[in-house]
Design a protein around this ligand. Structure first.
Ligand SMILES: N[C@@H](CCC(=O)N[C@@H](CS)C(=O)NCC(=O)O)C(=O)O
Length: 201
C-alpha cells in the first residue's frame, strides 16, 4: 500500500488524488491527512520542505512535490497515459500544470494574508499583484479550454484543482468574462474523480 500525505483542502494534494483515481490507483493509496502547520508534525521526515502532498511508494521512497508525484503515479498504471509521452503535447500539459500551480501559489499567498496575517500588517498592493497573476493565468486558461473538448489529462486535472480552491476560499469571482472556462468547469464537476475529491474540512 502506498501512502499520500495530504489534506482535503490542499489543491496540490487534490491534483495528485484525481490523477490516482483516473489512473485506477485509488485503492492502492492510503490517504494520510497531515497538517504542515502543526509544529509537532512528523511530515519533515518525508519532506524536509514540510509541505504536502508527499507520496510514499511501496518500496518506502518518498516523492514530492505534486508534479513529481503525478509523474510517478502515471508510470504505475497500464491505462491511457494522463501525461502525454513526449513532444509538444506533453510540454503543453506540463505548462498547464505549471500555470495552474502558479495560480494556486498566488491564491494560497492571498489566503495566508487574509486568514493569518494581522490586519494592521496586511499589504494591499502585494495582494493586488497576486490577484493580477491569477487573473492573467485564468485568461490564458479561458482561451486554451476552447480546444479541450472531452480531454481530461494532467492539464485539465490541474485546472479543476484551481477552480475548486478559488471557489472554496472565495479568492476571486473568476467566472464573469470567462464563460468558456465556467462552462468547461461546470461539465467537469460531474466526473466521479472530481466529485470524490471536492474540498472539505
Ligand atoms: N509546489 C508544491 C506546493 C505544495 C504546497 O504549498 N502545499 C501547501 C498545502 S496546500 C503546504 O504544505 N504549505 C505549508 C508550507 O508551505 O509551509 C506542490 O506542488 O506540491
Amino acid at each position: 500500500m502506498m501512502t499520500l500525505r495530504m489534506s482535503h483542502l490542499s489543491p496540490y494534494s487534490r491534483k495528485c488524488r484525481i490523477v490516482a483515481i483516473e489512473a485506477g490507483l485509488g485503492e492502492r493509496i492510503q490517504l494520510v491527512p497531515t497538517s504542515p502547520y502543526d509544529p509537532a508534525t512528523d511530515l519533515i521526515h518525508e519532506n524536509p520542505l514540510c509541505q504536502i502532498p508527499v507520496l510514499k511508494t511501496e518500496d518506502g521512497e518518498c516523492y514530492y512535490d505534486s508534479p513529481v508525484i503525478c509523474e510517478v503515479l502515471d508510470a504505475l498504471h497500464d491505462g491511457p497515459a494522463l501525461i502525454p509521452a513526449a513532444g509538444p503535447e506533453r510540454w503543453r500539459h506540463r505548462r498547464w500544470e505549471a500555470l495552474c500551480d502558479g495560480i494556486l501559489d498566488s491564491a494560497l499567498l492571498i489566503r495566508t494574508e487574509r486568514a493569518m496575517r494581522p490586519k494592521e500588517l496586511t499589504w494591499a498592493a502585494w495582494v493586488d499583484g497576486h490577484q493580477d497573476v491569477i487573473a492573467r493565468g485564468l485568461d490564458v486558461l479561458n482561451a486554451d479550454c476552447a480546444a479541450w473538448g472531452d480531454e481530461f489529462r494532467l492539464g485539465q486535472i490541474a485546472a479543476v484543482s484551481v477552480f475548486g480552491y478559488l471557489d472554496y476560499r472565495a479568492i476571486t469571482e473568476w467566472r464573469p468574462g470567462r464563460a468558456a472556462l465556467a462552462a468547461w468547469y461546470e461539465a467537469a464537476l460531474s466526473r466521479p474523480s472530481v466529485i470524490a475529491t471536492l474540498p472539505r474540512e
